[in-house]
Design a binder for this molecule. Structure first.
Ligand code: HEC
Length: 215
């Protein structure tokens, strides 16, 4: 009996060593095609899909959802979405973009798909590894991310006309002040560590700037 167990353990160890060596050889050989235009096989894709779904569900489970019906929050989210997300996630009436055909995995069309608020918050904040979805939490506070989530709840119901109207009314996305021409220096304190000299502004800041900034 004891001998059988020892034999079994030795065989198992040998098999594991062979498997590890095989995996190492495969990885090191360079045979694997890492190109985004070479798609996963069905089993690999569904494995990754399950991994992604379970991870997001588990990590977002205990999040506290704020009032997503808050009109100011939705309006702010519209501006954020229009500035940062449309090339990958589209808008009502938009069929495609230059970047989308080459993305793998494909970003969902958020003008058609209504996402779960907790899961959407977590994905927007943390991004998804080995996909094009960035972690917006690196440059945006939680309140701003909730504004995008609030807007995403409305987006699938908007016509392209309604979408354009709400975006036109939305406060500008000035979180990073990337677009040199636009002077929103009053918001420099939004970003920890980003202090900008107070400049004399020629353009008056929008009067309806909502105060939903948490951090
Ligand atoms: C460069 C492209 C790109 C940009 C820009 C981008 N995303 Fe994504 N996003 C993706 C991809 C790709 C996925 C799907 C990843 C996957 O399936 O593994 C994704 C997934 C998501 C999901 C999860 C959807 C689901 O099926 O549950 C949400 C929500 C989301 N993005 C919101 C946003 C928001 C909001 C913005 C703007 C602040 C944004 N994304 C900007 C590429 C992008």
């Amino acid at each position: 009996m004891k001998q059988t167990i020892t034999q079994f353990v030795i065989t198992l160890v040998i098999l594991l060593v062979i498997a590890a060596a095989g995996t190492g050889a495969f990885v090191y050989s360079g045979i694997y095609n890492i190109g985004a235009d070479d798609h996963h096989s069905r089993p690999v894709f569904s494995l990754l899909q399950t991994l992604r779904e379970r991870s997001i569900a588990e990590h977002s489970r205990n999040l506290q959802v704020p009032d997503l019906e808050d009109a100011t929050l939705i309006l702010k989210g519209a501006g954020q979405y229009a500035a940062m997300c449309t090339q990958c996630h589209l808008t009502p009436g938009m069929k495609n973009s230059e970047i989308r055909p080459g993305l793998y995995p494909q970003p969902p069309n958020l003008a058609k798909l209504r996402v779960d608020p907790k899961e959407a918050f977590w994905v927007i904040k943390h991004g998804i590894k080995m996909s094009a979805m960035p972690a917006w939490g690196s440059s945006h506070d939680d309140a701003t991310i909730w504004s995008m989530v609030a807007f995403l709840q409305k987006l699938p119901d908007l016509s392209s006309r309604q979408y354009k109207d709400i975006v036109a009314k939305a406060p500008p996305d000035d979180d990073m002040d990337m677009d040199n021409g636009d002077d929103h220096s009053k918001d420099a304190d939004d970003m920890p560590g980003m202090t900008m000299p107070a400049k004399a502004t020629s353009a008056a800041p929008p009067a309806n700037e909502p105060k939903h900034r948490g951090g």
